[in-house]
Ligand binder design. Structure first.
Ligand code: C2E
Ligand code: MG
Ligand code: MG
Ligand code: MG
Length: 291
C-alpha cells in the first residue's frame, strides 16, 4: 500500500519504511493526541460557478497544525490514517466541524454546499449514514447542505458495500461526488448505477490543459460525459484565467483553484466570500457595460 501522493513537504509517514512498526505506532499515537489537543484544523476552499463567478460551495480539507513541525498537509497522514483505520475518527471530526461551520454560516444568511471527503474505509462502516445523520441533527443543519466526495477506487474496493452506504447517505439528502475523476480505476457501469450528483475532474488534467492538448481533450470528454449523464461537473486546480475561460466554454459548471483561493481557515470563509462577491459584482458590471 503506497501513499497516494507524495508532496514536497517533510515526510511524516514514508511507505518505504512501513516495516518500521515503531514509526507507525508513534504516528498513530501522535494523531490520537492531535485530535485530543485540537491540532487538526478545518480548512476550506471556495467552489464557484464558472458561469456567474458566484460562490456556490466549499470543500472541507483537513490540516494538522503540529506544535513543533508546523503545518502538516493531508498527503502526509491521510494514507496512513486510511491504512490504520484512524480515518474514521478524522472523517467524523471533519463532518462535525463542517456541520458547525454550516450552522454558523446559516446564521449569517449564507447557504453554501459543503463538500467533505470520504474514504473507502468509511464506506465499509455500516453505521456511517446513521453517524452522519446524528451529526446533522446535533448541529440542526440539513443533510442536503452536504456533498460527499468519494474516489473511484473507494467504490471499486467493495462495490456492493460501497453502494449500500452511498444509497443510505443519498436517501438522507446528501449529494455524492466522484472525486479525482479519471485517475482511478472505475467502471462506467457503476457511475450509472450509483446515486451520483457530481463529477470532479482531477487537477492533474486541469492544471495542464492550456499546455497539453491531450489533457485538454480528457477534460473536454469528461465534461461531456458528466453533462450527458445529467451530472454537475466540477474542475479542481484552476490556476489561471485562461483555464477558467476554457472550462466555461466546455460547459464545466463549477470549479475551485488557487486562481480564486487557496484553502483558508474555516472562520475566514464568510469574509472571503463577501469580499469576492463585491469584486465579482463589479467585474460583471464592467463586463456588461463593455459589452
Ligand atoms: P482532493 O479531495 O482532490 O482535494 C483537492 C486538493 O487539491 C487539495 O489539496 C487542494 O488544496 C488542492 N488544490 C485545489 N486547487 C488547486 C490548485 O489550483 N493548484 C494546486 N496545486 N492544488 C490545488 P490538499 O488540501 O492538500 O488535500 C489533498 C488530498 O488529501 C485531497 O485531495 C483529499 O484526497 C485528501 N484529503 C484532504 N482532506 C481530507 C479529509 O478530511 N478526509 C479525507 N479522507 N481526505 C482528505
Ligand atoms: Mg475532494
Ligand atoms: Mg479532488
Ligand atoms: Mg484531487
Amino acid at each position: 500500500h503506497v501513499a497516494k501522493r507524495s508532496g514536497n513537504q517533510a515526510v511524516v509517514y514514508d511507505a518505504a519504511t512501513d516495516e518500521s512498526s515503531q514509526q507507525s505506532l508513534s504516528l498513530l499515537g501522535e494523531l490520537r493526541r492531535a485530535v485530543d489537543r485540537n491540532e487538526l484544523k478545518l480548512y476550506v476552499q471556495p467552489k464557484l460557478s464558472l458561469l456567474t463567478g458566484e460562490v456556490t460551495g466549499l470543500e472541507a480539507l483537513v490540516r494538522w497544525v503540529h506544535p513543533q513541525r508546523g503545518m502538516i498537509f493531508p498527503d502526509q497522514f491521510i494514507a496512513f490514517s486510511e491504512k490504520t483505520g484512524f480515518i474514521r475518527v478524522i472523517t467524523l471530526w471533519m463532518l462535525d466541524r463542517a456541520a458547525a461551520l454550516c450552522s454558523a454560516l446559516a446564521a449569517e444568511g449564507m447557504y453554501p454546499k459543503l463538500s467533505v471527503n470520504i474514504s473507502a474505509r468509511d464506506l465499509m462502516d455500516q453505521d456511517l449514514a446513521a453517524k452522519f445523520s446524528e451529526i446533522m441533527f446535533r448541529h440542526k443543519v440539513s443533510a442536503a447542505s452536504f456533498c460527499l466526495e468519494i474516489t473511484e477506487s473507494a467504490i471499486m474496493d467493495d462495490p456492493v458495500r460501497a453502494q449500500n452506504t452511498l444509497e443510505s447517505l443519498h436517501a438522507l439528502g446528501a449529494e455524492l461526488s466522484i472525486d479525482d475523476f479519471g485517475t482511478g480505476y472505475s467502471s462506467l457501469a457503476y457511475l450509472k448505477q450509483l446515486p451520483v450528483d457530481e463529477l470532479k475532474i482531477d487537477k492533474s488534467f486541469v492544471m495542464n490543459m492550456e499546455h497539453d492538448a491531450n489533457d485538454a481533450k480528457i477534460v473536454r470528454s469528461t465534461v461531456d460525459l458528466g453533462r450527458n449523464l445529467g451530472l454537475r461537473v466540477v474542475a479542481e486546480g484552476i490556476e489561471s484565467d485562461k483555464a477558467w475561460e476554457l472550462l466555461a466554454q466546455m460547459g464545466c459548471h463549477s470549479g475551485q483553484g488557487y486562481l480564486m483561493s487557496r484553502p483558508i481557515p474555516a472562520n475566514e470563509f464568510s469574509a472571503w466570500t463577501r469580499r469576492w462577491t463585491v469584486g465579482n459584482t463589479a467585474r460583471r458590471q464592467a463586463g456588461s457595460d463593455a459589452g
